[in-house]
Design a protein. Structure first.
Length: 633
């Protein structure tokens, strides 16, 4: 299919806006709603008439998406077109070709089983006999910090070694030839479930590696997978139990030296070595109940926040991906699922039988806060085509339920991974009467030249909602969420409460190739800048009021842009939030208000997880309202 090569600049501020059903936390941890059950690549819920439809099988789903790539023809011509697009469209004009070809080769080698790695000879000789690392950390978070620090150190040493080696296109071609030779040998000895990489799959892997060397958000995207996943963002109904699950990797205390496997050189004169990788230390995946949803089957049956799920219908789930656990819990309404759980502080496990029911979770959800008369709470899950209209409708509905109208708004953007630029602009404009919202700066070359000068999006007075507001953020607030948060913060329109955001200020678009079909080339083509002129790339939006998720002040180690390899670097800029001068005037009022702390103290272990950040934000909003009305004592 040959059409407008630069797809409409929806501008993909999130990794995929379809992946907003999952949110990374900690060291690869995820939070996923078992009530929503929609992760990128998962089947949408059965329709109302499909009462007997079986739940999606994650293994079948993985095979289906693998098949999409199997159907794509990809040769050196297609690989070269990817390189040409990078040369003309990528945000950075000068690309480190050595690193790009090295990463392409490494990705090609990773398609083998067992996988090989590409290592500079000098690094290999210096570290092949290193002892396994052991960490003496006392808790999980400190262990994660130590492992990350060690990984950064290794990466820095490796890059320094590569800088002394010439590695280019001919070297990549030799590595690809090696992989293809190994693939032929694999056919003779492979077991049934071993996937033998084809020529096309090897080159697709190499192209993915080349793009990954640029930044973690540029990649090849299966057209069919993309189209399916974007469609599914609109369907939030399905049959489940009504609980939000989270998964944590429990890291071990050691890291193996993975360079102890077989090594070889393609040519004796090569400055690099191929190493058959030893198996990594296992990090155990454990699944927990983040919170049952009030009034839904899980809460009614007795599931509690903090319960660890050990088994589903008698099948142990430790080590399973979260999407697979969710798939096992989901099923046709009217049926029952039995969870074996371990409750904190209890020695014995519990078995809880939960009936499945129809659960609907919308993209925009709102309610009036019980302890704060006239204060609305609205959560936005993602920035899709309908977000602005749904948000306006929800505000009107809540306003009609309050005599005299709403007094303030707590706007929740936590775990919102982003979406469409235009929706971020329209939603920001809804709350701003004037000022800039965001500026998008591209390289202005190649296909991007048609966009002309920098795109500056401004607010308009018409239709503005002037309610005092607090915006809630955390490390899962990314891209479009960060546009809204920075627009509100930079224009002095409200207070940002919670945790530092993810820190992604790059813009991706999809390009349809001329020489290939069935996939898009997703490239980073611009950066965005807030109204103050800052870009929050890597640094994120720092909240005006830093609040941990729980009253004890403990927050799990976050996962942000800086934890991704090859991220675009930050651009230094001094910044002072307009709210800085106001906060001291409100702080005494907040202490006296103290509703968040009083509720937390009254019931420190509730069945449904107490949202401490929300109620702290509401306390600050109450005092902001009083200040705006001249009633602050």
């Amino acid at each position: 299919m040959k059409f407008n090569r630069l797809l409409p600049l929806l501008v993909l501020f999130s990794c995929f806006f379809a992946c907003d059903a999952t949110a990374q936390r900690g060291d690869g941890s995820q939070a996923l709603s078992a009530a929503v059950g929609l992760a990128s690549g998962e089947e949408p819920a059965a329709k109302e008439s499909d009462d007997k439809a079986p739940p999606a099988n994650p293994e079948d789903e993985e095979a289906r998406y693998e098949k999409y790539w199997d159907e794509i023809n990809f040769d050196w011509d297609q690989f070269d077109e990817v390189l040409d697009l990078v040369a003309s469209e990528y945000i950075e004009k000068d690309v480190d070709q050595r690193r790009a070809f090295v990463t392409a080769a490494a990705f090609a080698l990773a398609s083998l089983e067992p996988a090989y790695d590409l290592v500079p000879e000098s690094y290999y000789l210096a570290h092949k006999d290193d002892a396994d690392l052991r960490f003496e950390a006392k808790d999980r978070d400190e262990n994660i910090r130590l492992r990350r620090a060690e990984a950064r150190k290794t990466q820095d040493e490796m890059q320094a070694a590569w800088a002394k080696i010439d590695f280019g296109r001919p070297d990549l071609e030799r590595v690809v030839a090696f992989v293809e030779k190994k693939a032929v040998a694999m056919k003779k000895t492979a077991k049934d479930k071993v996937k033998i990489p084809t020529h096309a799959k090897i080159l697709i892997s190499a192209a993915q590696g080349y793009l990954y060397s640029l930044d973690p958000h540029s990649s090849l995207v299966s057209q069919r997978a993309w189209d399916e996943s974007t469609e599914k963002t609109h369907d939030a109904s399905f049959d489940g139990i009504g609980a939000v699950l989270t998964q944590r990797w429990e890291p071990g205390n050691s890291v193996k030296n993975r360079l102890r496997g077989k090594s070889l050189k393609i040519k004796p004169t090569d400055g690099f070595t191929l190493v058959e990788l030893a198996k990594e230390d296992e990090m155990v995946q454990k699944t927990f109940v983040e919170s049952p949803m009030q009034g839904q089957p899980a809460a009614i049956a007795g599931l509690w926040a903090g319960d660890e799920i050990l088994a589903v219908d008698g099948k142990p789930v430790e080590g399973m991906p979260l999407t697979k656990v969710v798939s096992m819990i989901r099923g046709p309404r009217g049926t029952q699922v039995k969870l074996t759980v371990q409750r904190p502080g209890e020695l014995e496990t519990r078995e809880i039988a939960i009936p499945r029911s129809r659960i609907k979770v919308t993209n925009v959800e709102g309610r009036l806060l019980e302890h704060h008369p006239g204060i609305a709470f609205i959560k936005l899950t993602g920035f899709i085509e309908t977000s602005y209209g749904e948000l306006v409708d929800e505000l009107k509905r809540l306003d009609s339920e309050v005599e005299g109208g709403l007094r303030g708004l707590v706007f929740d953007l936590r775990l919102n991974s982003g979406g469409l630029l235009q929706q971020a602009v329209e939603i920001s404009d809804l709350f701003l009467a004037k000022g800039n919202i965001v500026t998008v700066k591209n390289r202005k070359s190649g296909l991007m030249a048609m966009l002309g000068s920098d795109e500056v999006y401004k607010a308009h007075e018409k239709g503005t909602i002037g309610l005092p507001m607090v915006v809630l953020t955390d490390d899962g607030s990314a891209s479009a969420s960060e546009i809204v948060a920075s627009a509100i913060q930079d224009n002095g329109r409200g207070i940002v409460v919670g945790e530092r955001t993810f820190g992604k200020a790059s813009v991706q678009t999809l390009i349809s190739p001329r020489k290939g079909e069935g996939y898009y080339v997703k490239l980073t083509i611009a950066r965005y800048y807030g109204p103050s002129g800052r870009t929050i790339q890597v640094v994120g939006v720092q909240p005006d009021v830093d609040v941990a998720p729980t009253r004890d002040g403990k927050a799990p180690v976050g996962f942000r842009e800086e934890d991704l390899s090859n991220h675009l670097p930050p651009i230094a800029a001094e910044y002072t939030s307009p709210a800085t001068a106001l906060l001291p005037q409100l702080s005494d009022c907040v202490k006296q208000m103290g509703i968040a702390d009083s509720i937390a103290k009254a019931n420190p272990n509730p069945q449904v997880k107490f949202d401490y950040q929300l109620f702290v934000g509401a306390d600050w909003l109450e005092c902001l309202v009083r200040h705006s009305e001249g009633r602050l004592e």
